[in-house]
Ligand binder design. Structure first.
Ligand SMILES: C[S@@+](CC[C@H](N)C(=O)[O-])C[C@H]1O[C@@H](n2cnc3c(N)ncnc32)[C@H](O)[C@@H]1O
Length: 240
């Protein structure tokens, strides 16, 4: 499935606005921002489906170079200047985002681009303090750690969300055959290129991911999140 032209035009405008700050962080950071924001449907769908509430305190685990911050800032800027599609929900107003990322080079790029507009900390989400949040976002991260570490992170995410929060977690469906194997190959190559070396990936089927969340007390909704890509990606929305 691909998007109709009018949506593609809005997407282009958002991508250019969100990627612009990365020019000051170097060519790689800028090209990467454009490529990822333009090629990955999850960013657009967060806005089109109104998945982020206004004034949310968001914890972005494995935030890379802070693209979610840049994306939501771009949405807020366009929305507040009246440059926004009529049939989309309002852009999430004034989110506070704290990102935690393992790789120092990603953190540096994020800080160079976004400066004081973002809080991006270098840390390992297996051990970093989470504090409290209204929303935790984990996009394509948990399969980099073993199953025990996944469970431990999810338990701490549940605590961080107290009694009212939402988890947005994108994962691949390990039961989906070649489409999952393809995304694993891409992830392994990208991880090596970004300095992780040779990584082992720990996938699960959607049923297993859902059950892990349900056991922690989340009510889970699943949204296909592979539009325009060959990957078997799903966004799980876990509500406490
Ligand atoms: C595929 S990237 C996704 C980045 C970002 N969530 C996005 O969607 O643009 C996975 C990220 O998770 C980070 N990561 C992997 N293991 C981590 C850990 N234990 N602690 C913190 N970050 C980690 C990687 O360094 C990488 O930036």
């Amino acid at each position: 499935m691909t998007y109709p032209d009018n949506i593609l035009r809005w997407k282009k405008k958002l991508v250019l606005t969100a990627a612009a700050p990365y020019r000051s962080a170097g060519r790689f950071a800028w090209h990467f921002a454009r490529g990822k924001l333009g090629g990955d449907p999850v960013f657009l769908e967060l806005l089109r489906q109104g998945l982020i509430a206004k004034n949310s305190q968001i914890l972005d685990l494995g935030c890379g170079q802070g693209l979610l911050v840049a994306w939501l800032r771009a949405a807020e800027t366009l929305y507040s200047s009246g440059d926004w599609p009529e049939n989309w929900p309002p852009a999430p107003a004034q989110p506070t985002i704290r990102g935690i990322e393992l790789m120092p080079r990603d953190v540096q790029r994020g800080k160079a681009a976004l400066g004081h507009r973002a809080t991006i900390e270098q840390g390992d989400i297996r051990t970093a303090e989470f504090g409290q949040a209204d929303m935790v976002v984990i996009l394509d991260v948990l399969h980099y750690m073993d199953y025990g570490a996944q469970e431990a992170v999810l338990r701490r995410v549940r605590k961080a969300l107290a009694n009212h929060g939402t988890l947005l977690m994108r994962i691949g469906d390990a039961a989906s055959g070649w489409r999952f194997r393809l995304s694993n190959c891409v992830d392994a190559v990208v991880a090596a290129a970004r300095g992780h070396g040779r990584v082992r990936l720990y996938g699960r089927s959607i049923t297993q991911w859902r059950s892990a969340l349900e056991q922690l007390g989340f009510a889970v909704e699943q949204i296909p999140m592979g539009y325009g890509t060959p990957f078997a990606n799903i966004l799980l929305v876990g509500r406490v």
